[in-house]
Ligand binder design. Structure first.
Ligand code: C2G
Length: 149
């Protein structure tokens, strides 16, 4: 698969263009997702989202309502998102950081302290943003199921 184009270095190199990377399933988009993406975008100048593939979701024990291509289309329509790449396993993050010259990985606070992200401090900054309370894809599914049963 051809790699999506990413900003090339200007005469100052990559100076001044702070790249942010985050990961997630982003199924049934809700305001918790949007608020995370909005704040992640404020951590730099260019926001990349590593979107979990359907196959990786199965590894994570998740089954999304929308398939990858639909979730990707929806994320790409969000003003805060500059690029969406596939997340297909837990171990690709250092390669992503190098390939896209990432300066900071940002995740919601439910991931705070998780070794899979703490180990990335070897490559770039890692920031956890407060998770938005009161909303989750699971809750939305459960409440909708209850209303239509
Ligand atoms: N999030 C949030 N507030 C919520 C729900 C989610 O801030 N109410 C954040 C999560 O912390 C995460 C992002 O939104 O940073 C995406 O959440 P999910 O789609 O649930 O992604 P997740 O299952 O956490 O997958 O390799 C990492 C995984 O792919 C992360």
């Amino acid at each position: 698969m051809a790699q999506p184009s990413i900003p090339q270095p200007n005469e100052q190199g990559y100076a001044g263009l702070r790249r942010v990377l985050t990961y997630g399933t982003y199924d049934l988009l809700h305001y918790g997702h949007i608020r995370l993406l909005q704040r992640a975008a404020q951590c730099g100048d260019y926001l990349i989202v590593g979107l979990s593939t359907d196959e990786f979701n199965a590894i994570k024990g998740k089954e999304s309502f929308y398939p990858y291509e639909v979730r990707k289309e929806m994320l790409e329509a969000i003003r805060y998102v500059d690029l969406v790449i596939p997340e297909y396993d837990w171990d690709q993050k250092p390669d992503d950081i190098e390939r896209y010259h990432v300066d900071v990985v940002v995740m919601g606070s439910d991931w705070e302290g998780d070794e899979r992200f703490e180990k990335l401090r070897e490559y770039c900054d890692v920031i956890y943003l407060d998770r938005t309370h009161g909303v989750s894809t699971t809750d939305v599914k459960t409440r909708l199921k209850g209303e239509f049963d």
